[in-house]
Design a protein around this ligand. Structure first.
Ligand code: 6R9
Length: 571
């Protein structure tokens, strides 16, 4: 495997004269042409002769495996598109997907796009309140769901007049259908050989992804069909997917990672992917990699840290030699985790940075590039990224200075607006730059180093301290499994650091340990970065996509409103 060439080749050589038209050419697209993501993921692959290649290998929590070729995917998504058309769903209307990671989720997503409607994926674990906020905001017309989740829809139906159809994908003879409910059995539905995909063009809306901001209700980031251009090229160059790969993205499509890189990216590239519809378990995950001979794995820091907690002995029980490339996204990937992955799997996890709003990876570590553990890497070719001064919003020239991560608008997958919220969209731009809402610095070699959310940086005595730095250091302490650092009010220093710490099995909270950890940080970083208080917790509050909700912890310290917690996992 070592002589395999990466798709990107040399990052430096890709930079000069880069143009997105390179991806357009590879996809056979010319400006002004029709471009439909649904068609690209299955029909085009079949046209290219990949009809009999496996597109999806799906394993449920009981270990049952279902397999689908690109041709299966084509005719089944055709059937879904036709079904929606016959129901009277109009192009441009929002159709929600609210189910577990069943094959039906992956295929209804494509069927919706094929007939020109907008796909609105939501985490099936959302409660009725969170579901209502998003369906109400989007004026959603139809929803695909499963029996186990339909009660939540029924509960809010009375106040959702726009919601005309509730389509239950696993209904059987024994299911009593209620108001507005329909049964759709994807496996039993006749296959539809021919369906003319909706003639969407570059700017036609495609996916509406809700994302929780710092304040207020979640906002719907509106994407368009042209996003496929960046999703395709980043999949090729960053995830390095090649024809013989077996790819696993363990993100739920309720999160943008699960659509951009769990549906669109791999399938437009004609790659076989595996899906595991089961919760986290180190044994199960390693078994899954071994069984399906997974080669490329896209994961997230929280999952990696959970694996770390289980140690390397368990890794050795499995044959994971098939793995050849690993990547991570979602929150800072601590240097410790990068180093651990090399020890455990013989491979580094490659950190990648992007957002719901950016639609695709914007800053990352490329295959073959020298990795600086703890750094997010460098901007994708075609992405102009910098850090801006927090007051003037001008690019910072001096390397190492912390500023606001900002991107020059114009890459294909950038969101086009927040649904019905142009004002918040507009507020994200300063001096012609899009502000990501994060802080970072750039080192003399051009590597980006994440500091924290724009609102998470701790200002203690006029000194900015990044929670990431503290958390990374805390993780190096042998007793610490997980941690979060936030600012808490202090009469003299404005803020001081408070750390929430979950301990590894076998360690108990004590005053001695408390002091030991504080000193450990003081020595490792500085007296300013040293937590003035450590609160031992069983686990940290996280979003469903695995991000630690520092905002919640911080709000508690400041006696503030906690805000929207609908994506909270362990509530
Ligand atoms: C894809 C996704 C976006 C926010 C982003 C930042 C954080 C994502 C990161 C990272 C540090 C990374 N984030 N990747 N922080 N290092 N590699 O995560 O989208 O859910 O919208 O979150 O997540 O704060 O602004 P989304």
């Amino acid at each position: 495997m070592s002589e395999r060439k990466s798709n990107i080749g040399s990052y430096e050589q890709r930079l000069p004269n880069f143009d997105w038209s390179l991806a357009e050419q590879e996809l056979g697209y010319k400006k002004g042409d029709k471009i439909n993501i649904g068609w690209y993921l299955s029909d085009r692959n079949c046209q290219k002769g990949l009809g009999m290649k496996l597109a999806l290998i799906h394993e449920d929590h009981l270990g049952n495996v279902r397999r689908y070729t690109f041709n299966d995917m084509r005719v089944m998504t055709n059937a879904i598109a036709l079904y929606l058309q016959k129901l009277g769903v109009q192009p441009g209307e929002r159709v929600c997907i609210f189910m577990d990671r069943a094959p039906e989720l992956y295929f209804t997503f494509q069927g919706i796009l094929k007939m020109g409607a907008v796909a609105q994926p939501l985490f099936s674990a959302f409660g009725d309140e969170s579901l209502f906020t998003r369906l109400d905001n989007a004026k959603t017309t139809a929803i695909f769901t499963q029996k186990k989740h339909v009660a939540k829809v029924r509960k809010i139906l009375g106040t959702l007049p726009a919601l005309r159809h509730i389509i239950i994908v696993d209904a059987d003879e024994s299911t009593t259908l209620k108001d507005r409910e329909l049964a759709y059995n994807m496996e039993k539905q006749p296959r539809v050989e021919q369906f003319d995909a909706y003639p969407s063009t570059a700017e036609t809306p495609s996916v509406l992804h809700y994302t929780s901001g710092t304040t207020g209700q979640p906002k719907g980031a509106q994407h368009v069909h042209y996003s496929i251009i960046s999703q395709y090229l980043t999949t090729k160059w960053v995830l390095d997917l090649q024809p013989d790969d077996i790819y696993w993205c363990n993100a739920d499509p309720g999160w943008v990672t699960g659509t951009s890189y769990g549906i669109i990216g791999p399938w437009v590239a004609g790659i076989t992917q595996v899906v595991l519809d089961a919760g986290f378990s180190a044994e199960r995950w390693y078994q899954f990699i071994e069984k399906h001979k997974i080669t490329v794995w896209y994961s997230a820091p929280t999952a990696i840290r959970l694996l770390m907690r289980e140690g390397t002995d368990i890794v050795r029980k499995y044959n994971l030699k098939s793995l050849r490339h690993l990547a991570s996204v979602g929150e800072p990937l601590n240097a410790e985790a990068v180093i651990w992955s090399k020890e455990a799997f013989g491979l580094f996890f490659h950190d990648s940075y992007w957002q719901t709003e950016t639609g695709s990876i914007v800053i990352t570590n490329y295959p073959g590039m020298t990795i600086k553990p703890g750094s997010m890497g460098k901007p994708f070719p075609g992405i102009t990224a910098t850090v801006l001064d927090t007051k003037t919003f001008e690019p910072i020239q001096k390397s190492g200075t912390v500023g606001l991560i900002a991107l020059k608008p114009g890459w294909p997958s950038m969101f086009r607006t927040y649904w019905n919220n142009q004002a918040v969209y507009d507020s994200k731009f300063k001096n012609g730059w899009y502000l990501c809402g994060d802080r970072a610095s750039i080192d003399p070699d051009g590597y980006f180093w994440f500091v924290g959310r724009d609102d998470d940086v701790i200002n203690t005595g006029g000194h900015l301290v990044g929670p990431f730095e503290i958390e990374s250091a805390l993780l190096e302490h042998p007793a610490v499994a997980e941690s979060a650092a936030v600012g808490k009010p202090d009469p003299v220093n404005m803020e001081v650091v408070k750390a929430f710490v979950a301990l590894k099995p076998g360690f108990e909270p004590s005053d001695d340990l408390d002091l030991e950890i504080m000193n450990f940080i003081r020595k490792k970083l500085s007296p300013l970065a040293m937590p003035q208080e450590i609160e031992f917790v069983k686990s940290l509050p996280k979003t469903r996509s695995g991000k630690i909700m520092r905002r919640m912890l911080r709000a508690k310290e400041w006696g503030e409103e906690i805000g929207d917690t609908s994506t909270l996992e362990n509530d």
